[in-house]
Write a protein that binds this ligand. Structure first.
Ligand SMILES: CC(C)(COP(=O)(O)OP(=O)(O)OC[C@H]1O[C@@H](n2cnc3c(N)ncnc32)[C@H](O)[C@@H]1OP(=O)(O)O)[C@@H](O)C(=O)NCCC(=O)NCCS
Length: 403
């Protein structure tokens, strides 16, 4: 197996004269383990994805935001006093975004809201961390405050730019309920808030994915947490990562428009629609995963809530038919982004906020990875294999540009 793997991923030892022996790993770092983590990952038997020992499905179904966030940050589920204290702090800080941050958000142009999050994280850094310390307790305080306030910034900035107004947070209510209220600017039902909360738990962490690794690279330089999270937001924005949930919903809406024109129900038409896109060699967003090759276990939890929300049975049929055709054509499973796209649509959330919501959950994982990295740090700095030209000599412009 190991030589087969080495051949497939083109991993080899290479001598670079004057520098020594290097391990050449595959492009995209596929199958490469650059470090250990105790936060989340696939269990040693390769059967389940765990947050600190618990399966994501178990937590997605049963844990609330505070329990899951405490677990990911501290390593154990909280007991009574720990829970109360943690909840109190998250709720307190959610309601205390500095007024000068809101003032700054009011000046922003209408653009992709992931920019607002990166901008907001850096603003918070300037306010709360002009000097940075690696004291563990202070890292936890920054983590709680950033996890509580980043979501408010996304919701406020988006609604200011798009609707000219925003809803202020309320420290007296639960985090997920309050965030959904700020996002949609209406009071959610209990079921809607729980479905939204569960999606935050499902998104909270996921091993060394691209944005987590970005955060760890920045942390490894001993930069501050706010700078690392701003970089992570940039990585998450891309359509091959968090941006996939937005693209998946745009695809469903495009398919729906065409299905109506043809007078065919979406759940039937989605099959031909995907086949046509595959024939044009297009990527179908919400399918495929670097780690999950058979099934993304998070999709079952999201499906549980989708079924209970508006047009639930119809959406489940659409999802299942899309999955069937993708499996038959490409042997690719769906991933969580396909499901949250539908879930957020059912909750009446504007599409540009789908990836920011991913970040509202993931900020807990990112900040936990930041802490894990800096508390046992080694600079992450791979070596390149230079394949450009050699031996060129500088010439002044009048010489090098002479024709
Ligand atoms: C997630 C993703 C980036 C993982 O990619 P990866 O491990 O680097 O795999 P590759 O991009 O090398 O793809 C391998 C093959 O599967 C195909 N493939 C992968 N995902 C595909 C998709 N969503 N639709 C169509 N084909 C896909 C590629 O075209 C490639 O085919 P080829 O070997 O014939 O060229 C990829 O599956 C993807 O782009 N998915 C869509 C975006 C998405 O949903 N992202 C969220 C992830 S949680």
């Amino acid at each position: 197996m190991s030589s087969e793997l080495l051949k497939r991923v083109e991993c080899k030892l290479e001598e670079i004269p004057g520098l020594g022996t290097f391990i050449v790993v595959p492009k995209g770092l596929e199958q490469v383990i650059p470090d250990t983590t105790a936060i989340s990952g696939v269990d040693p038997k390769g059967e389940q994805t765990l947050y600190r020992g618990y399966t994501i499905e178990d937590l997605g179904m049963n844990a609330d935001f505070y329990e899951a966030a405490y677990l990911i940050s501290r390593g154990v589920l909280p007991c009574d006093e720990e829970y109360k204290e943690f909840k109190k702090k998250i709720d307190y800080w959610r309601g205390r975004v500095p007024e000068k941050v809101y003032d700054a958000l009011k000046t922003l142009p209408k653009t992709h809201p992931m920019y607002y999050g990166a901008y907001g994280a850096l603003l918070l850094g300037q306010i709360y961390a002009p000097e940075w310390s690696f004291d563990k307790d202070s890292l936890y305080e920054h983590q709680i405050r950033l996890s509580a306030q980043l979501p408010v910034i996304f919701a406020a900035a988006y609604n200011l730019a798009n609707h000219g107004t925003f809803v202020r947070p309320d420290s007296g209510v639960d985090h997920a309920w309050d965030l959904l209220r700020m996002i949609t600017m209406r009071e959610p039902t209990k079921l809607e808030a729980r479905a939204f909360e569960s999606s935050l738990v499902l998104y909270m962490d996921h091993g060394f994915n691209a944005s987590c690794f970005t955060v760890r690279v920045v942390a490894s330089t001993l930069s501050d947490m706010y700078s690392a999270i701003a970089a992570g937001i940039g990585a998450l924005k891309g359509p091959l990562h968090g941006g996939a949930n937005e693209e998946a919903m745009k695809m469903f809406l495009d398919a729906y428009k065409k299905a109506v024109e043809k007078g065919v129900p979406l759940e039937e038409y989605i099959v031909d629609y995907i086949k046509e896109r595959l024939a044009r060699k297009e990527r179908i967003m919400g399918f495929g995963h670097r780690v999950y090759k058979i099934k993304d276990p998070r999709t079952d939890v999201a499906a549980y809530f989708i079924r209970q929300l508006k047009d639930g049975e119809m959406w489940i049929k659409v999802l299942k038919n899309a999955e069937k055709v993708m499996w038959e054509s490409k042997k690719l499973p769906s991933n969580i982004d396909l499901y949250t796209a539908v879930l957020y649509y059912q909750l009446g959330i504007d599409i540009p906020l789908y990836t920011p919501i991913f970040a509202m959950g993931r900020v807990v994982g990112w900040t936990s990875h930041y802490i894990e990295q800096v508390l046992d740090n080694r600079l992450i700095r791979p070596t390149e294999k230079y394949v450009g030209p050699v031996g060129l000599k500088y010439q002044p412009m009048e010489v090098r540009c002479r024709r």
